[in-house]
Design a protein around this ligand. Sequence first.
Ligand SMILES: *[C@@H]1O[C@H](CO)[C@@H](O)[C@H](O)[C@H]1NC(C)=O
Ligand SMILES: *[C@@H]1O[C@H](CO)[C@@H](O)[C@H](O)[C@H]1NC(C)=O
Length: 153
Amino acid sequence: MKSFSSVLLLAGLATASPVARQTTGPYDITNFSASKVHLSGYCNFAFDVSAPGLSVPSHCTAYLDSGFSGATWLANVYEGAGKCDNAAVSWTFFQPTTAGSGATFNVTVNGVKGRYAVPAEDITVSLNSEPNPFDNDVAYTGPKAFEITEFVE
Ligand SMILES: *[C@@H]1O[C@H](CO)[C@@H](O)[C@H](O)[C@H]1NC(C)=O
Ligand SMILES: *[C@@H]1O[C@H](CO)[C@@H](O)[C@H](O)[C@H]1NC(C)=O
């Protein structure tokens, strides 16, 4: 009888104990850079991310074509194209090609997606030479460090 009640007690404790779950954000982004290589359509992206559930910051990069050397937008980093040194982290970046658009930057850590809206004024376009659009430069010129506080299920 005694052992039976202790089994019941243990079963009760097991149900009551909370399911281990990652605390959501914020995700701290540091050293963020994104820029188009001069006279090329290729863009370089790099940043570090610290988040609950990551014991050390993860370093992420991408090198992708914006589609046109004279682009006035940053390349689309589609799902799977951004690299990180931790498999628990993935990210995407998208700036519409419409002049003066901001961008969306999503960072997923352990399946929890954080979303950051990059303001249009944080992306600087330099039209160096009107007759030669290939001279265009595009770069992120906003703060290198920011927090992602919006999470999407
Ligand atoms: C940011 O970059 C600098 C040098 O480029 C480096 O010393 C620093 O550790 C980096 N920050 C993080 C959080 O990795
Ligand atoms: C970021 O996530 C939001 C919400 O899921 C989605 O609408 C948007 O297209 C995503 N942006 C990128 C660049 O993947």
